[in-house]
Design a protein around this ligand. Sequence first.
Ligand code: AHR
Length: 317
Amino acid sequence: MKRFKKVLTVLLAGVLTMSLWGCGSASKQTAEPAAEGKQDNAAESDKDLIVVGYAQVGAESDWRTANTKSFQTTFVEENGYKLIFDDAQQKQENQIKAIRNFIQQDVDYIVLAPVVETGWETVLGEAKEAGIPVILSDRMIDVSDDSLYTCWVGGNFIKEGEDAVAWLNDYLEKQGRGDEQINIVTLQGTIGSSAQVGRTKGVEDKMPEHKNWTMLDRQTGEFTQSKGQEVMESFLKSYDDIDVVIAENDNMAFGAIDAIKAAGKVPGKDIIIVSFDAVKAAFEAMIAGDMNVSVECNPLHGPELLKLFRNLKKENP
Ligand code: AHR
């Protein structure tokens, strides 16, 4: 499938910077690892299939497992693809290793959902040298040479942060609390990831418009429920007047909800819970009254990439 690869590299360069919807739902799938030692040429053993190596962040959240599932159910033999999946366990060094394995296996495409934005020049330079297009999924990277990746498919994280502030403002107004002093704490995602950088920025940019709002503290909960709970417990010990928790994903919000309940307070009432992702369990938490809002972020990137590949192939058979 090398001819398709070359055509796509040329066509996509500088053309596509897509933003998928805003922020949707859902468990770790059986994955085929790009393990060291598994150096058989995947493209050769599956001659008619397009081989995609996917360097995934990890399985830290419901959103992430939904995103993984979306790739694993889309890039299947019936659709003409073979997916080689790698779970980096939230470590950039694992993703770099996975990309080098994909290059050795001479895959047709590399899809990268980068853990953090920086530090990609060397390994993506190796992929470019090997003539393998790199498609970014979900998060962006910060590189001076845009030719190191072909296109990006992901969400607008800054807008999500701004939307969270707009919702909070409306909610407080409706509650008759528009002029009250409002104390906020933030559970941030993985520091340096686009989702953290963008959501934090979207909120911070809008904070000055609300003079009666104070950001008491911000700390990373690494996008996981357990760390979100741990950080929220420490916030509750440090501050007895928290009005709002902004959790930069649903799983950290679930951890915060548990911490708030354990501290004898009522989440959703005593402390307003603002979150991101809108996974199924977040809707359940909102119905139960534990969570107040979750700004949607759609994890279903697989079909979008499939459409993209197919359209280009149709135009350039
Ligand atoms: O990059 C998207 C973010 O990463 C999602 O909000 C979060 O749940 C995931 O871990």
